[in-house]
Design a protein around this ligand. Sequence first.
Ligand SMILES: *[C@@H]1O[C@H](CO)[C@@H](O)[C@H](O)[C@H]1NC(C)=O
Ligand SMILES: *[C@@H]1O[C@H](CO)[C@@H](O)[C@H](O)[C@H]1NC(C)=O
Ligand SMILES: *[C@@H]1O[C@H](CO)[C@@H](O)[C@H](O)[C@H]1NC(C)=O
Ligand SMILES: *[C@@H]1O[C@H](CO)[C@@H](O)[C@H](O)[C@H]1NC(C)=O
Ligand SMILES: *[C@@H]1O[C@H](CO)[C@@H](O)[C@H](O)[C@H]1NC(C)=O
Ligand SMILES: *[C@@H]1O[C@H](CO)[C@@H](O)[C@H](O)[C@H]1NC(C)=O
Ligand SMILES: [Fe+2]
Length: 630
Amino acid sequence: MAMPLGGILLLFLVLLAAAAAGGGGGVWAFSSSSSSSSYSRIGEQPLSLIGIHRATVGIDAAASVQASPRLLGVKGEDTAWVTVDFAAPHASDGDWIGVFSPSNFNASTCPGPSGSDSGPVICSAPIKYQLANYSSDYGKTGKGTLKFQLINQRQDFSFALFTGGLSNPKLIAVSNKIAFANPKAPVYPRLAQGKSWNEMTVTWTSGYDIKEAYPFVEWGMKWSPPTRTAAGTITFDRESLCGEPARTVGWRDPGFIHTAFLTDLWPNKEYYYKIGHMLPDGKIVWGKFYSFKAPPFPGQKSLQRVVIFGDMGKAERDGSNEYSNYQPGSLNTTDTLIKDLDNIDIVFHIGDITYANGYISQWDQFTQQVEPITARVPYMIASGNHERDWPNSGSFFNGTDSGGECGVLAETMYYTPTENRANYWYKTDYGMFRFCVADSEHDWREGTEQYAFIESCLATVDRKKQPWLVFIAHRVLGYSSGFFYGAGGAFAEPTARQSLQRLWQRHRVDLAFYGHVHNYERTCPVYDGRCASPERSRYSGAVGGTIHAVVGGGGSHLSNFTAEAPPWSVYREMDYGFVKLTAFNYTSLLYEYRRSSDGEVHDSFTVHREYRDVLACVADSCPPTIPPAT
Ligand SMILES: *[C@@H]1O[C@H](CO)[C@@H](O)[C@H](O)[C@H]1NC(C)=O
Ligand SMILES: *[C@@H]1O[C@H](CO)[C@@H](O)[C@H](O)[C@H]1NC(C)=O
Ligand SMILES: *[C@@H]1O[C@H](CO)[C@@H](O)[C@H](O)[C@H]1NC(C)=O
Ligand SMILES: *[C@@H]1O[C@H](CO)[C@@H](O)[C@H](O)[C@H]1NC(C)=O
Ligand SMILES: *[C@@H]1O[C@H](CO)[C@@H](O)[C@H](O)[C@H]1NC(C)=O
Ligand SMILES: *[C@@H]1O[C@H](CO)[C@@H](O)[C@H](O)[C@H]1NC(C)=O
Ligand SMILES: [Fe+2]
């Protein structure tokens, strides 16, 4: 079989020559075919199991990989199934196929991780992988076939056969290159509310630099002539990230991210839109055709349906990356929402978005997975530890959960109506709702800028017209009996409740939502650890406390609870799911928890409340009315 290796072959020849001359240190000491690497460790980015910087090269003329078809997306599709045939002279369980994009993955294109003496021979992780033995009979015959689903992500692809397991890989064969017909095509549009209610933002990804083509959105109301609105374009480079693997083996060119602001929308009206790029010769490269419903104005009385969940992550429909053991519920949540999309007006994904953890390619995979949702309803993001946390980067927590991304990917890939993108807090109104979205990865305590924001967001809403006041944060700032928080004794982020509960109470916050803990839990209306009401399913009258819900079961592996449920915990479930809120009018709200596996409601309650109930004084909610004696 001919192997069109191009530059890579050259690289191998150079390195093999060096090895033959006795050069090279640790990088060359590969352990034969032992595969002692641990596969699919719970909660670890599967791509991080691959020791790609330790890879050695031993091209074997008897091994081969072939991928077909060579040209993908000839009818404009942005995903495609590819068949990969491969053979190896000594098949073993440690063999695997890595998908590389761009197809030329030689080390000269990237710096390796720090601390490796002679430098790696491959220094960018594959975008996905499958074990060769997923193909039955591979062990016996030494021949296998695997199917991969590829998405259009700006570069061509090649497939590489490794032996030695994931942790000590040795490259033995590389495939022909394959590519999408237009790798630069505009893809994966995502809507988000702008800074004002009558503004919708459209963000998408392409391979077109602003110098190369003019990005715009063509849009309008049904039956009226379209308008074209120019889009702003941003990108970032390796140096704007904070650490490994984002800056090293996880780096992948993010292409260009475009955002257009569609303004002066009519409330609740249907609009259509199409993204596009105009080339210098006037030719236009179009995206697909979509439509969305403009938001209602603040205080508008109409049916309003909101979905909230956290910690969804992504998964691979082709079984790559250990059969999606990383976020097992992700596809069920995505598919269940897509099925009900006609009955959903806005979605909040409240942190831990992709769990890319510094493997940049995974953001493309995620935006593709949720595109059927994000292209039709506003998709509002909150920031979580997996987006933001990195030591000495200004995050409140000093963990390494973002894998060196330190918020750059989240800030760039999705639009949020924040004042300052690095501080991921914002308010957004949707008809009878106000949402105050906090950023749990930055300090929220009294005296901070964020505390002032939360107070102002809660205080400035007209509850006569926007009765439904919702607080959101990624980490649990309120209540959770998740095992981890229970073991800490605080049943929340330590000190968070003490800082914020007076604000929630004074401003009669109806509902507070959190992710981070991967399960579902709902409290009574609670203030300072005490239930304001024994009621469980039909709430009415004065707002004696806030109902807190953990909705972290979007997709990532599940978390258990403390053995005993605290008195404020009304319902706990260790399964995948999301919450849907339906506001019918100023006095009636329906809350439902639905499982991702079947879309069925497994916990619910209603709230019936008049404006005077919001005004009513309850514990610590009103300032003292009698002036202090002088
Ligand atoms: C590696 O790839 C780069 C970019 O395509 C190419 O310029 C270079 O010659 C290649 N290096 C080797 C050693 O093959
Ligand atoms: C395939 O290989 C993996 C890793 O070596 C091993 O854990 C697994 O049991 C094998 N699967 C089959 C079907 O042989
Ligand atoms: C993170 O580190 C900073 C700087 O050392 C420190 O001020 C801060 O308290 C740490 N955060 C946490 C939550 O420990
Ligand atoms: C929850 O999981 C933790 C960690 O795996 C374990 O130590 C604990 O016993 C479990 N708790 C319950 C109540 O199952
Ligand atoms: C509000 O909606 C609920 C549920 O549909 C309905 O029962 C109630 O009559 C409505 N109230 C008003 C004032 O329209
Ligand atoms: C996904 O949904 C299917 C169909 O309802 C169900 O059988 C499966 O267990 C679900 N997967 C997970 C991880 O919950
Ligand atoms: Fe989290």
